[in-house]
Design a protein around this ligand. Structure first.
Ligand code: ARG
Length: 255
């Protein structure tokens, strides 16, 4: 199954080409308007979750905190994960916070802030299933489309099939329903899944580490600078630690 990766790469190339045409709102524009438009997915617990009309999660609280310290009101927008960076290119919002790993490929299309947390991609399987990269040989794996999980699972030699899903929660459901041998996703999401499924699944090896950042339109240096300053402040004034503790019981900042 070569398609999803090729499609993702093509999309990113197209994005890079579009980069110069759209006009992002600068920090001066945003400040003058008094509010900032932030996009996320809303289907990636515990980072960004939309339940009914309520948007919650670590990244939602963190972005609200950053906006508050910048003196701005927030307007949230939710989009399928795979559309988020495309919408950023076409000026539908000012920045994206949706657990994007900072990768060289994405950094060609958007600019990333300093990382707002550090994490990794890990295997989850049913007891007796594949727990290591080597054990994935000959197995089927479920991942969310457009993610670093897909990119990294494709590098594991011998994987029989990688099934992609628009939503991460659907990829998890495929494992639960026995349609794949494993799911690869965020290590913190994996811990939650194991807890919620009470012994029906177990977490295996960490396949890779990643630094997660917020994305602004390429070249929007003024906004990038303000977001980085607000993040630095939050990391040092205790507000970041409080939000992280609430969702993870630990501090998930990059060390
Ligand atoms: N960290 C992974 C990546 O960078 C997954 C992000 C998925 N985010 C989401 N909101 N579903 O691709």
């Amino acid at each position: 199954m070569k398609r999803p990766l090729q499609t993702a790469l093509l999309t990113l190339t197209a994005l890079a080409m579009l980069a110069s045409t759209a006009q992002a709102r600068t920090w001066a524009d945003i400040k003058k308007s008094g509010s900032i438009k932030i996009a996320t997915e809303g289907a990636f617990p515990p980072f960004n979750v939309l339940k009914g009309k309520e948007l919650t999660g670590f990244e939602v609280d963190l972005a609200n905190e950053l906006a508050k310290s910048l003196g701005l009101k927030v307007q949230w927008v939710t989009q399928p994960f795979d559309n988020l960076l495309i919408g950023l290119k076409s000026d539908r919002y000012d920045f994206v916070i949706a657990s994007h790993g900072i990768t060289p490929e994405r950094a060609k299309a958007v600019d990333f802030t300093n990382p707002h947390y550090c994490t990794g991609g890990a295997i989850v399987t049913k007891p007796g299933g594949p727990m290591t990269a080597a054990a994935l040989s000959g197995k089927t794996v479920a991942v969310q489309v457009g993610t670093t999980y897909l990119e990294n699972v494709r590098k594991v030699p011998g994987v029989k099939d990688v099934k992609t899903f628009p939503k991460d929660t659907d990829a998890q459901a495929a494992l639960m329903a026995g349609r794949t041998d494993a799911w690869v996703g965020d290590k913190f999401t994996g811990i939650e899944l194991v807890k919620a499924q009470k012994g029906k699944v177990v977490q295996g090896a960490l396949l890779f580490n990643e630094r997660i950042g917020m994305a602004v339109q390429k070249g929007n240096v003024s906004l990038l600078k303000e977001l980085n300053a607000a993040l630095t402040k939050s990391l040092s004034d205790g507000s970041y630690a409080k939000i992280s503790g609430k969702y993870f019981g630990q501090d998930v900042r990059c060390k």
